[in-house]
Design a protein around this ligand. Sequence first.
Ligand SMILES: NC(=O)c1ccc[n+]([C@@H]2O[C@H](COP(=O)([O-])OP(=O)(O)OC[C@H]3O[C@@H](n4cnc5c(N)ncnc54)[C@H](OP(=O)(O)O)[C@@H]3O)[C@@H](O)[C@H]2O)c1
Length: 302
Amino acid sequence: MKKIHYKNAHLNSTRLIYGCMRIAGDNNPADKAKGKLALRAALEAGYNHFDHADIYGGGHCESLFGEWLNELKQETPAIREQLIITSKAGIRFEPQRYDFSTDYLTTSVENSLKRLNVDYLDMFLLHRPDYLLNAEQVAQTFQQLKASGKVKHFGVSNFSPSQVNLLQSALDEPLLVNQIEINIHNISSLTDGSLDQCQQLGITPIAWCPLGGVAYPAWGNTFSTDDEQRIATELTRQAEQYNCQPWQVILAWLLKHPANICPIIGSTTPKRIIAAKQALIIEYSHADWYRLLEARNGYAQP
Ligand SMILES: NC(=O)c1ccc[n+]([C@@H]2O[C@H](COP(=O)([O-])OP(=O)(O)OC[C@H]3O[C@@H](n4cnc5c(N)ncnc54)[C@H](OP(=O)(O)O)[C@@H]3O)[C@@H](O)[C@H]2O)c1
C-alpha cells in the first residue's frame, strides 16, 4: 500500500490507517472474533498503522488488539516492529472532562501499553484539547515519556492551529500529526487554517470519520434531504466515471488534498477494509474535486 513518510521521524505509515475504535463491539465472544478478523484483513491488505485510544470500548479495543498481537507473534515474531501503533489519551469521564496532567497522561500511556501488549507506542496523541492546557507541563510529560522509552513520537487530535502553535512552541521536537474530523460534511479544516498549517509545518493530517455524511450521518449533521440528494447524484456520476463505489470517491477526494490527508478506515467489514485501497489508485481530477464541493455546498464557487 502507498506510504507516507512522517517528516522528522523514521516512520513510514500507510496512507490508509486502520481505526480500532469499533473492533471489540460489545466485547462478547462473537464481536471479538469479528474484530480479530477485521484486524487480520487490515494487516493482510497492507495497513501498517493502527489507531487506538485509551477510551475505545472502555479499554477493550486495546486489550483485544493486544490479544491478537500476541497470537500474531507466534507466527511472525518480529511483527511488532513492522507496525505503527498509535494511541491517545486526555479524555476522562465522571465527570467528562479533558485532562493533560502529567499523572493522568503517564498513567494512561502505561495502561495502554499493558493492554496492547507492547513496550512502546510509536505515536501518542492528545485526544482533544484541554482548555487548561499548560504547554510547558505537557512538554515535560512528553520528555519523560520519551526518555522512559514508552513513546517514540507525539501528535495531537482535534487541535486548532493556534493550539498546535502553542504546544509546538514548548516542545523540542515536532508534532507529527493532527487527527481531525474531515469528511464531505465537515470541511472546516479547508478554511480554518488546519490543513494550511499541516502543509507549512510538515504535520500529517489524519482524517477521522472520513465517510461521515455519505456512508452514515456525520457528527452534528446539518445536511438537508436536498443536500444529500445533490451529493448523492454527483457521487453516483463520479463513481460511474471512475468505476468505483461512491464512498471510494469520497476517500479519493480527501487523498487529493496536497496536505497528504491520511483517512482512518474504521469499518469492521473485511471487504470494505480491503476495498478502501481502491481509492489510492483513482486518478482523481481537480475538476471533479470542485464539482463535489459544489454539490456539497449547493452553490458554485464565487
Ligand atoms: N480522534 C478522534 O477524536 C476520533 C473520533 C472518532 C473516530 N476516530 C478514529 O477514526 C476511526 C474511524 O472512525 P469511525 O469508525 O467512526 O468511521 P468509519 O471508519 O467511517 O466507520 C463508521 C461506521 O460506518 C460503517 N461503514 C464504514 N464504511 C462503510 C461503507 N463503505 N458503507 C457503509 N457503512 C460503512 C462501519 O460499519 P461496519 O463496521 O459494519 O463496516 C462503521 O460502523 C476510528 O476507528 C478511530 O480510530 C478518532
